[in-house]
Design a protein around this ligand. Structure first.
Ligand SMILES: Cc1cc2nc3c(=O)[nH]c(=O)nc-3n(C[C@H](O)[C@H](O)[C@H](O)COP(=O)(O)O)c2cc1C
Length: 518
């Protein structure tokens, strides 16, 4: 048994088998284990160094359950494995939740360690709505279903999922299913499974797909996929790199174990394939590469407040992506954020000029019902939109004071509270670096600092705060990272939400915000 020790001291079971010019990592799905890849690894080990492992809370990594696991945590674990084993040019294959881990890895760490990505039967967004029918359960599972499910016991939920994943189980009487399903669940830590399920459902990785800079292949079952087979076409339309889809006819969601021959043969072909420069064209479509895709960590690095803007309008396509992203933030954060385009009135005031804002024609309005944590949520979700805007090539600047409050208030529902606004547009410059506190100034816990914690704090120190006050402190509470306000200052609760989001991106871990009641 070999274990990979994570920087937080927890152990993940892993196998590192075979050698060859290629490196292959295969990641299993929710409630599964590394065993699903047993047969492919036996057959591929002469062609590639194959790495398979159990995600935290699963199988032989069941004991790695001390933190609240999210998809970002699993991506952080993968990053530690890639770095810890000094892997490069990796073929990264993820099946089901494993594919979600691959997308989160791309979103946070980029593609520089990868040769290519293989996603197996997985959607970038699980919840379906009016505009998205390529999510869970063949496009039928909605937020309302999720809310209804939250009251049900865990075994019934798992059983419903298993039946959707393996439709032939519908014919098996419930009392016969109970024992094997219970045994499968017993291999995992229930709390980890629950938090991963919630995290997966909260995700929308559609934009991440557009950030992929290495070839992508999609393996999917038809007609037995958990999702619509149209998803194969959707990936083709949104991936900016080489793309091909491989159908597993007659299979279901368990395509790795259902059709190990087709699975292994196709992975083998992909391992043998070179990129276009080497003269081969193994993919059905060849799209122009999008070299300028920016990871969230890069966005954190290059973002600075920008107060002077060019007259260039924001193109329609970018507007609709921003609006869709804001709508998602509103749903997750229970807010009423809106984006105002081509309207200079919001920054047309003496205060705005005094605050050296020039030519602000677009801005994000942070508003909503004044419920608990309102300011924190405005900070957290506002910064999500800020970093997403940066990824789209835009610049921003938060503004609590130096804007035309009267005009902006007229735009929101009178029952709502206006928190503040964020200027948006193409900057005259990209802004400049400013002074920052040091890590030791803002960390209150003693003892050795795990690497992931340090990375989280570094990202938090790059976050915008009102008048650059950086009045926050990070520490560990009950074994979990926590952030709190330190000292007195204006808008510290909004700042807290902003830095919490940066910490999560930098560390790959959720952070608990300790705050007084709103
Ligand atoms: C909650 C909040 C309110 C802010 N309000 C204003 C403001 O009213 N006017 C302004 O010019 N800048 C404002 N800023 C921008 C900060 O001054 C800026 O983020 C800080 O100096 C750090 O610089 P940076 O964003 O370039 O890292 C605000 C920032 C935050 C986070």
């Amino acid at each position: 048994m070999s274990y990979f020790t994570l920087k937080n001291g927890e152990n993940l079971y892993y196998e590192d088998i075979g050698k060859g010019p290629e490196t292959l990592i295969m990641m299993h799905g929710w409630t599964s284990t590394h065993d699903v890849f047993e047969e492919p690894v036996t057959r591929l080990k002469d062609k590639a160094r194959c790495i398979i492992y159990d995600h935290r809370g699963h199988g032989d990594s069941k004991g790695a359950n001390h933190e609240k696991a999210t998809m970002e945590t699993l991506a952080g674990d993968l990053n530690e494995i890639i770095q810890g084993l000094s892997l490069s040019n990796v073929t990264l294959l993820g099946w089901s939740m494993g594919a979600g881990v691959a997308l989160n890895y791309v979103r946070i760490y980029g593609c520089s360690a990868l040769k290519q990505i293989v996603l197996c039967d997985m959607t970038p967004k699980q919840l379906n709505d009016e505009e998205w029918k390529l999510g869970l359960n063949q496009g039928t599972y909605t937020r309302e279903d999720m809310e209804r499910d939250s009251g049900k016991d865990f075994y019934s939920l798992y059983k419903a999922f298993a039946i959707e994943a393996v439709p032939r189980l519908k014919k098996v009487p419930g009392f016969l299913l109970r024992k094997p399903l219970k045994e499968k669940l017993a291999q995992c830590d229930e709390a980890v499974l629950k938090s991963l399920s919630a995290s997966m459902k909260a995700q929308d990785n559609r934009d991440t797909v557009e950030m992929i800079t290495v070839p992508l292949t999609y393996f999917y079952a038809d007609p037995g996929s958990l999702f619509s087979p149209k998803l194969a076409g959707w990936y083709g339309d949104h991936v900016k790199t080489q793309y091909q889809a491989v159908c597993f006819p007659g299979s279901d969601h368990m395509l790795v174990t259902n059709d190990p021959d087709r699975f292994t043969e196709n992975v083998e072909k992909l391992l043998a394939s070179n990129t276009v420069e080497c003269g081969e064209q193994p993919y059905s479509e060849n799209r122009s590469g999008k070299d300028d895709a920016m990871t969230l960590l890069e966005a954190i690095d290059v973002r600075h407040s920008v107060r002077e803007y060019k007259a260039d309008p924001i193109p329609e396509e970018i507007r609709s992506r921003l609006d869709a992203f804001a709508a998602e933030c509103n749903r997750d954060g229970d807010l009423h954020i809106s984006i105002r385009y081509d309207d200079p009135a919001g920054f047309d005031s003496k205060l705005a000029h005094y605050g050296s804002f020039r030519n602000v024609r677009n801005y994000i309005v942070l508003a909503g019902e004044k419920k608990p944590d309102f300011d924190f949520r405005c900070g957290y979700f506002g910064e999500k939109i800020v970093l997403f805007s940066q990824q789209l090539g835009l610049n921003t600047c938060w503004a609590a004071l130096t804007f035309n409050k009267k005009k902006v208030k007229e735009l929101i529902d009178p029952r709502d509270t206006l928190c503040m606004v964020i200027a948006l547009g193409y900057g005259q410059t990209q802004g400049t670096s400013r002074k920052s506190r040091s890590i030791s100034d803002v960390v209150v816990s003693r003892g050795t600092m795990p690497e992931w914690f340090r990375s989280g704090v570094e990202a938090a120190l790059k976050a915008p705060t009102a008048v650059n006050q950086q009045k926050f402190a990070f520490g560990m509470k009950d074994g979990e990272p926590a952030v709190m306000v330190k000292g007195i200052g204006a808008y510290t609760k909004v700042d807290l939400g902003i830095v919490a989001y940066h910490f999560e991106i930098g560390s790959g871990r959720k952070v608990r915000a300790i705050q007084e009641k709103a």
